[in-house]
Design a protein around this ligand. Structure first.
Ligand code: PLP
Ligand code: COI
Length: 364
């Protein structure tokens, strides 16, 4: 199914770009995922031709046959990564090859063709270069959203023989409305996200569709994000709807749930583990129960907690809520270890701290 092919990109810039003054207005306070750039990249895959028709073109709606397989059986995967403005016209991406590889892993799990890493990276470079003016100054970034879905018009249940890869970009600021304020999380005892053998470890749209009811429950309860527990015992902390989770203990060590196959192997999670090891901090990738979280927060053994991901970066968790009641983590404010990890990570992502890990990929 993976006819190898490295398509040549054709470039057809839009003849109707957003006017510079309008764009500048949009970039004032972009929020998350609302402001889109002028262009997109599309690449087609068919069983007989492999990857072909790679195009950089005006961002526009996509026509789909009503029988397109994605609309019925949800064969869709996506990624999320960011481009940063380093100043002096220099732009950089953070670990994009990791996104390319995870995209391939997601494709394999969803019986979809794997986009070669070089093609994924070229698509990203092409879009960031043509839409560079959309990278906000200051704390903002350009959030890149590669995705792929089944386009074949066929209602039988089997992997599609045709796919479309699309890359769009969105100028973003903070993911959470409260900005830097610590978030409150809701522990759902009603819904689970992923079970063993399922799709929890890959980035397919269906995981997020299934999380929306739990996220709505979180919002009804005045929380920013939902925490999922494992599906087998409803006991072990897994991850948030769109972020991994870390706990900081009173001895300065970090605990994060292991990559058991039911949580997303976050690229930010991996970077934080690497940074913490470098600082000599102990990181335990081990199962941690909700009961333990409650009792450690009460006893003071738990000093800090934070969520992390590309969109959210590092977000301090100030409070946990559930049907069993509310618990404040320490005094509910951002702790020093969370703040230090965030500063180091953001510093590297933005080119303000030397990158000794080879994470930053410059464009141009
Ligand atoms: N977990 C889930 C469910 C996510 O959607 C994300 C976001 O991508 C993450 C974790 C964090 O992954 P990453 O750090 O690669 O963005
Ligand atoms: C990301 O962080 O890139 C995600 O895909 C998570 C989502 C909540 C926006």
């Amino acid at each position: 199914m993976n006819a190898p092919s490295n398509p040549i990109f054709s470039r057809r810039p839009t003849d109707r770009p957003v006017a510079p003054d309008v764009r500048a207005g949009l970039l004032q306070d972009p929020g998350f995922g609302k402001i889109f750039t002028d262009h997109m990249v599309t690449i087609r895959w068919t069983q007989d031709r492999g990857w072909h028709d790679a195009e950089v073109r005006a961002r526009a709606p996509i026509a789909l046959d009503p029988a397109a397989a994605v609309l019925h059986y949800g064969q869709e995967i996506f990624e999320g990564l960011k481009a940063y403005n380093f100043g002096n016209g220099s732009i950089a991406l953070f670990r994009p090859e990791q996104n390319a590889r995870r995209f391939q892993a997601s494709a394999a799990r969803m019986s979809m063709p794997e986009l070669p890493e070089t093609v994924f990276l070229q698509a990203v470079d092409e879009l960031v270069t043509i839409d560079a003016a959309w990278i906000p100054e200051g704390d903002g970034s350009l959030y890149l959203r590669p995705f792929m879905f089944a386009t074949e018009a066929f209602l039988g249940v089997r992997p599609s023989y045709e796919y479309l890869f699309v890359l769009i970009a969105s100028s973003v600021g903070s993911y959470f409305k409260g900005g830097e304020k610590p978030v409150t999380v809701w522990v759902t005892d009603r819904y689970t996200r992923a079970s063993e053998g399922g799709t929890g470890a890959v980035k397919c749209g269906g995981n997020y569709a299934a999380s929306l009811a739990a996220q709505a429950e979180a919002i009804e309860n005045g929380c920013d994000q939902v925490v999922f527990l494992d599906a087998a015992e409803h006991r072990w902390v897994e991850e948030l709807g769109g972020m991994n989770v870390f706990l900081v203990m009173d001895d300065g060590s970090l605990v994060t749930p292991p990559l058991s196959g039911t949580i997303l192997p976050g690229i930010t999670r991996d970077a934080i583990i690497t940074l913490a090891h470098k600082e000599g901090q102990t990181v335990r990738e081990e199962r941690y129960s909700m009961d333990q979280w409650r009792s450690d927060a009460r006893s003071g053994r738990l000093k800090e907690a934070f969520a992390c991901g590309t969109a959210a970066v590092v977000a301090s968790i100030g409070k946990i809520k559930s049907t069993a009641g509310d618990i404040l983590i320490a005094d509910g404010s951002t702790g020093p270890i969370t703040a230090a990890i965030k500063a180091k990570l953001v510093g590297i992502q933005r080119g303000e701290i030397a990158d000794e890990f080879g994470w930053v990929r410059r464009i141009g």
